[in-house]
Design a protein around this ligand. Structure first.
Ligand code: ZN
Length: 778
C-alpha cells in the first residue's frame, strides 16, 4: 500500500455519508487535539490494508482439513499462524496446555420397540463439496463431555428440553423418570438439555436438529441452499455450567504439572449419556411415539404428528468415550507498547473447529489475522502503539472455552494488573454489526463503528445497525431508544472466549461481528466449510474486511488513547435499567401466581380440561414475597452521581491546558480506570457458582449462552430462592457502592487535572527542578 493510496482512502472515508456528519470525527474521545488528528490518520491507513483476496486465501488454508483439538491440522494451523504473526513483526509464541478432551469410542442408538431401527449417526459427503469427503479425519457426531453410559428406556419428546417444557409435561401427566428424552436443538444452550433431563429423572438424552429450526422449513437445504440437510448433525459440548475450561483444573492453568482432579471429581461432565442426531435419524423415533399430541409451539416441521410419549418407542443408547488428555496450542502474539507497555489491549478469536469450520471459527480468525497483518504494515511505516497489544488465537474453544480459560487462569495475576480490555470475535458473515460487552465501552464501540463503512449500503456500520433496530423495534419506546445518538450494546453471557476474561478476571470485554443476512444450518457439521462459506457466508469477503477494519480500529483506539475512553455513565445508566427490570419481573411474577391461584380456586382447570385426555391441574403456589431492592437502588444512585461527575470532568479536558495530556497524573487516572471493571467482582463469586466473580454479568445456569444481569438477584428470583435474592441485592448493591467510590475518586483526580490550577505535569516538574538548579541524573 502506497502512502498516496492510503491518503485517498482517508479522504474517501471522510466523504462517506453517516461518517463525515459525525461530530466525534472532530476530536476523538480521550485524545488531545493534536494526537487525535494523527490517530485518525493512522487509523485510516490501517483500514485501507485488509484485503478480501488475502482473507479468502487464508480461510481456504485454515479450513482445508478438519482441525479439532488433538488433530494434526489443529497443531499445523497454530504453527502456521505463529509464523504469520512473526512475519507481521509481532513477538509471538505458542503456549501449550493439557486438557481433558473426550472423543467417541462407541456410539449406538437403536429402537427396540415397536419396530427395529438403527440410527445411521453419520453425515454423507457431497460430490460438489470437496472437503466434505475427508471422512478419515472428521470427528464422529457426538456431544463432548457426555458421561459414558449404556441405557435402555421408553422415549419421551420434550420439545427444547428447558425447564418450562417439563412444567408443561407435568400438566400433561407425563414423567420422564427412567426414560430417554429426545429434545430438539434450540431454546437454550445444548448443555442445559441433559442437565434438566437428569434433574427430572431421565436416564439418557438425545438431541436432534428439527428442520423447522435450521432445515428445510427455513429454506433450501445444502448444497442447493444454506440450510441443514437430512443427515446433518450439530456436534457440540455439553459441559455443565459450574465453570468453563478444562474439567480437571478449575481455577488454575492446565499446565503440564498442574494438580488435576480425578475424572470422577470433575463437576462439569454430564450425569447421563447424551448423543446428537440428524432429523433423518430422529424421524422414525418421533413417528413411533404415541400418547398426547404435543402443544402447538412444540411442533417441528417433519411430516408426522408429534406425540409426547412415553413409548411405545423403546430405545437403546450407548455412548462411550476415550478420556484422553490432549495438548492445546494458544498462539499469543505481542507488539510491546512504546509508552505504557504495562497496559495490555487484548484481541482474540479461536482457531479450533469441530470439523473444517470455515464459518465457525475461521471467518472470525482470518479477520483477526488480517488485522494483525495490517497493524504490522503500520509498524513498518513508523506507527508506535502507546500500550502493549496482544493478539491471541485460542485453541479448544469448541469443547468448552479451554484455550482462553486456561490462559486467563494461568495469567490471572498479570491480567488483574495489566489488562485494559479484551475484544473477542468468532463466526462472521454478511449483515449487520453486533456488539455486546462491558457498557463502559458503549460510546467507544459507537464511535469506532461510525468510522467503518458498511460494504452493502455505504452507510457506516453504526448507522445501519441503528436503522435496523428501528425497523425491528416492537414497541414505540424501543424505537425511540433506537433513535438515540448511540445504539445500545448487549450484555455478555457465555458462548465464546470472552467469558473467562469478563466473568472470572473482571477484564472489560467485547464481542463483535457481523451477521443476519446469511442464515444457514451447517453449524458444527462437516458442511461448515470453504464451499459453503464462499456460496452462502460472505462470498465477496467484504464483511470479513469490515470485521478486520472494525476490530483493528478498536484495538488502535484503545491502545493509543491519552485517556482511556471508558464511560462509567453508560454503564451506570445500563445497570439502572437492569434494576428496573428486576422490579418489574418480581411484580409480573406476583401477578402471575395470584391469577393462577385464583383460577385454581375457581376450578378453571378442571372445568376446561377434556376428561378423555390426560391432564393434571397445577398446584397452588406460595406468593412471591416483596424483596428489598433498596441496597441496589442506593448503589445505582451513587454510581450514577459519580459517573456524572466523571463525565463532566472528562468533557472539560478538551479546553484544559494542553500540558494536561502528558502529565503523569493522567497516566494514574488510566490505571484506575482499568480497575473499574475489576470492581464489579467479589472474591466469593456467585453463591452457587463461585468461579463466576462478576456481579453485573453472568451466563444463566439454565440458559447457558443467555446472560443473566445482576445474577445474584435475578437468578435467585427465577428459582424462587427469595432469601438468596435478598442477600444478592445486598451483595450487588455493595459492589455498586464500591464502584461509585472508585469512580468518584477518579473524577476528583480528573477535576484537579482540568481545573483552574493545573497540577504539576512531568514537563513542568522538570522545568521547576531545572529552575531550582537541581539536575536530575535520570
Ligand atoms: Zn466458534
Amino acid at each position: 500500500m502506497t502512502r498516496h493510496l492510503a491518503v485517498s482512502a482517508l479522504i474517501l472515508a471522510l466523504l462517506q455519508p453517516g461518517i463525515a456528519a459525525n461530530p466525534s470525527s472532530v476530536n476523538l474521545d480521550g485524545y488531545s487535539p493534536a494526537h487525535s488528528a494523527a490517530e485518525r490518520d493512522w487509523e485510516a491507513k490501517f483500514r485501507a490494508v485488509p484485503d478480501p483476496k488475502i482473507l479468502r486465501d487464508n480461510m481456504q488454508r485454515l479450513s482445508a482439513r478438519p482441525h479439532n483439538v488433538g488433530s494434526p491440522y489443529d497443531k499445523d494451523n497454530a504453527e502456521w499462524m505463529l509464523a504469520k504473526f512473526k512475519e507481521f513483526g509481532f513477538d509471538a509464541q505458542i503456549e501449550t496446555f493439557y486438557v481433558l478432551f473426550p472423543t467417541p469410542k462407541e456410539r449406538k442408538l437403536e429402537m427396540l420397540e415397536p419396530t427395529k431401527f438403527t440410527a445411521k449417526l453419520q453425515e454423507s459427503p457431497l460430490a460438489v463439496d470437496p472437503t466434505s469427503s475427508q471422512t478419515a479425519e472428521q470427528l464422529p457426531t457426538y456431544n463432548a463431555y457426555s458421561k459414558d453410559g449404556d441405557v435402555t428406556g421408553p422415549l419421551v419428546y420434550v420439545n427444547y428440553g428447558v425447564r418450562e417444557d417439563y412444567e408443561q409435561l407435568e400438566r400433561m401427566g407425563v414423567s420422564v423418570k427412567g426414560a430417554i428424552v429426545i429434545a430438539r436443538y434450540g431454546g437454550a444452550w445444548r448443555g442445559i438439555k441433559p442437565k434438566v433431563a437428569a434433574e427430572h429423572g431421565a436416564v439418557g438424552c438425545i438431541i436432534y436438529s428439527d428442520p423447522r429450526d435450521d432445515g428445510f422449513f427455513e429454506g433450501q437445504h445444502f448444497p442447493d441452499g444454506p440450510f441443514r440437510p437430512s443427515d446433518g448433525v450439530q456436534r457440540g459440548s455439553v459441559m455443565d455450567t459450574d465453570y468453563p475450561g478444562d474439567p480437571l483444573t478449575p481455577g488454575v492453568g492446565a499446565t503440564k504439572d498442574a494438580k488435576r482432579l480425578d475424572i470422577t471429581e470433575a463437576k462439569t461432565i454430564t450425569t447421563i449419556p447424551v448423543l446428537p442426531i440428524s432429523y433423518g435419524d430422529a424421524q422414525p423415533l418421533l413417528a413411533a411415539l404415541t400418547g398426547s399430541v404435543v402443544p402447538d409451539s412444540w411442533r417441528g416441521a417433519l411430516p408426522i404428528t408429534y406425540h409426547v410419549g412415553p413409548g411405545p418407542a423403546k430405545v437403546h443408547l450407548v455412548m462411550k468415550s476415550n478420556w484422553d488428555i490432549k495438548p492445546i496450542y494458544d498462539v499469543i502474539a505481542k507488539i510491546p507498547g512504546s509508552e505504557t507497555p504495562e497496559q495490555w489491549v487484548i484481541r482474540g478469536n479461536h482457531h479450533d473447529a469441530w470439523v473444517n469450520g470455515a464459518e465457525d471459527p475461521i471467518s472470525g480468525m482470518t479477520a483477526v489475522l488480517e488485522e494483525a497483518r495490517a497493524l504490522g504494515e503500520l509498524l513498518k511505516q513508523g506507527w508506535k502503539p502507546r500500550r502493549t497489544i496482544i493478539y491471541c488465537a485460542w485453541d479448544g474453544e469448541e469443547p468448552g472455552l479451554l484455550g482462553s480459560t486456561e490462559w486467563v487462569e494461568e495469567h490471572g495475576a498479570d491480567l488483574n494488573q495489566h489488562a485494559v480490555l479484551y475484544i473477542n470475535s468468532d463466526s462472521n458473515s454478511r449483515g449487520f454489526l453486533y456488539a455486546s460487552g462491558s457498557h463502559t465501552l458503549e460510546p467507544m464501540v459507537n464511535a469506532v463503528a461510525r468510522d467503518v463503512p458498511d460494504p452493502e449500503t455505504k452507510l457506516s456500520v453504526q448507522r445501519r445497525a441503528q436503522l435496523r433496530r428501528i425497523a425491528n423495534a416492537q414497541k414505540p419506546e424501543d424505537r425511540e431508544t433506537a433513535r438515540g445518538a448511540d445504539f445500545r450494546i448487549g450484555a455478555l453471557g457465555d458462548g465464546s472466549d470472552y467469558a473467562s476474561f469478563l466473568d472470572h478476571a473482571g477484564v472489560a470485554a467485547l464481542n463483535i461481528g457481523f451477521g443476519g443476512e446469511s442464515q444457514g444450518g451447517i453449524y458444527h457439521s462437516i458442511y461448515d466449510d470453504f464451499y459453503w462459506y464462499t456460496h452462502y457466508g460472505d462470498p465477496e469477503f467484504v464483511y470479513e474486511r469490515a470485521l478486520a477494519q472494525l476490530g483493528g480500529t478498536m484495538v488502535m483506539r484503545m491502545a493509543d488513547a491519552d485517556l482511556l475512553p471508558f464511560d462509567p455513565a453508560a454503564s451506570a445508566d445500563t445497570v439502572k435499567r437492569y434494576v428496573g427490570e428486576l422490579k418489574t419481573e418480581l411484580k409480573d411474577k406476583q401477578d402471575k401466581v395470584r391469577e393462577r391461584n385464583r383460577e385454581i380456586e375457581e376450578g378453571v382447570f378442571t372445568a376446561t380440561a377434556d376428561p378423555t385426555k390426560k391432564s393434571v391441574a397445577p398446584a397452588k403456589q406460595d406468593m412471591p414475597p416483596f424483596l428489598n431492592f433498596a441496597p441496589l437502588e442506593n448503589g445505582v444512585a451513587a454510581y450514577e452521581r459519580a459517573a456524572r461527575r466523571y463525565k463532566t470532568a472528562f468533557a472539560k479536558l478538551a479546553e484544559a491546558n494542553p500540558t494536561v495530556w502528558d502529565s503523569a497524573d493522567l497516566k494514574a487516572v488510566n490505571q484506575q480506570l482499568i480497575l473499574t471493571e475489576r470492581t464489579f467482582m467479589t472474591t466469593e463469586g456467585l453463591k452457587e457458582r463461585p468461579w463466576f466473580k462478576h456481579q453485573i454479568y453472568a451466563p444463566g445456569a439454565y440458559t447457558g449462552y443467555g446472560v443473566k444481569t445482576i445474577p445474584a438477584v435475578r437468578e435467585m428470583m427465577e428459582e424462587d430462592k427469595w432469601q438468596d435474592a435478598d442477600a444478592g441485592s445486598v451483595i450487588a448493591g455493595g459492589v455498586l457502592m464500591k464502584q461509585a467510590a472508585l469512580v468518584d475518586s477518579i473524577a476528583a483526580q480528573l477535576e484537579k487535572l482540568v481545573g483552574a490550577n493545573p497540577p504539576a505535569t512531568k514537563m513542568a516538574k522538570k522545568r521547576a527542578r531545572a529552575e531550582e538548579g537541581q539536575v536530575s541524573g535520570r
